[in-house]
Design a protein around this ligand. Sequence first.
Ligand code: ZN
Length: 454
Amino acid sequence: MKRKRFLSVLGLITILVIIGFFAWFFTVLFEKEPPSAVLEPLPEFLSGSRKFTLNIADKKTGLRSFQVSIQQGNKEMTLVEGKFTSQGLLRAGGVHQFKNEFTLDPGALKLAQGEMDLHLRVWDYSKRGGGKGNMTLLRHKMIVDTIPPSIRALSHEHNVSVGGSGLVIYETSSDATESGVFVDEIFFPGFSAKKNSGNQVHCCYFAVPYDTKSQPKITLWARDRAGNVAQTSFSYHIRKKSFRQDKVELSDGFIERLLPYFAAFYPFHSEESNIEKFLWINNELRKENDETLHQLMKKTSAERLWDGALLRQKNTANMARFGDHRSYYYKGVKVDEQDHLGVDLASVANSPVQASNHGRVIYADKLGIYGFAVVIDHGQGLASIYGHLSKIDVTSGQEVRKGDIIGSTGETGLAGGDHLHFAIMVGGVYVNPIEWWDDHWIEDNISTKLALIE
Ligand SMILES: [Zn+2]
């Protein structure tokens, strides 16, 4: 009796174990976790041949197959696909993770301009889905745009001096989102002026830097939202210009008078000599200050704020010119060289300084070697700089009119006496102020071109 009962219990346990095993076998085979899929990058536009990376994985039954296809309208084509073999008692996949790269070339695939869909499908070795496995579908919409914007100059006769400024009026197709002028590696952004039968007309002020060594290459450039780039030439003539040499004698007395002002700027220790401190100010601090001024171009107004020739400080003598190459001597030995990139104008001490044209103050503070300085933005990349002031009468953000008093001359910063250091920047590049003071130069080089957009 006891033996029979024992056997039936054993039979029941065996049945339960078998049922348990099949239940486990069934859950494993019919797992419902779909594979994971990552596709990179996911650009909004496709402007040319581009490489994509797919990363697929399946933790449970493993990867069965994948397919990358594109769909445009009712056309669908497979770009790349792959199958993984199954193995073992469960006939499951041996590959759980897979990475692959593929290239999508809209030209080679003869894709039409406009919307397209990129599909990535991945299946695993689960017995679900009628035995096909769990499927993951990743869809990414892109716009095929492989046509660069059009660009052409509308203005003629661009005569630019080395160290001088130029203006070009040009037209782009309406899809251009960014455009301007390249002078060798320097980019000058253009500004939208008006529409012209579906096209966009722009103006762009540019400069040929004073230290340009040979004939610079000047081109018009545009880019559309998809990243297609167009670059084209236009007619121009570069006038060579030579700059003066100047000699500066540094006396101990001059350096001693300067240093207290710079105490807050130089990272030196007391063991360094005064001439070493001076050289740091004249080189490192100068570079830093010029970079600050260069970066101010980002604050420029997209509208033209100025009108007519810029004002030249009244009744002043020209103490130093634009582009003067200065050699510095200390105790008879040449210790430094720098270029003077503004004009020094002197009259009586503490003379009132006028805004050279209409604009908006974008800087009004201490600025290293330039002492108390004011920068006025005149719009579209044109800015005037006033240095060594003893007093500032304006604040950053303030609008000024031509002739408004913005401060008084002085000798703050790196200055050997009371004067105004006046400089002009076009797109963050120093240019010769003489051109902008000259009615005739403005008439011939700027106004005749602006007439095309006004
Ligand atoms: Zn100066």
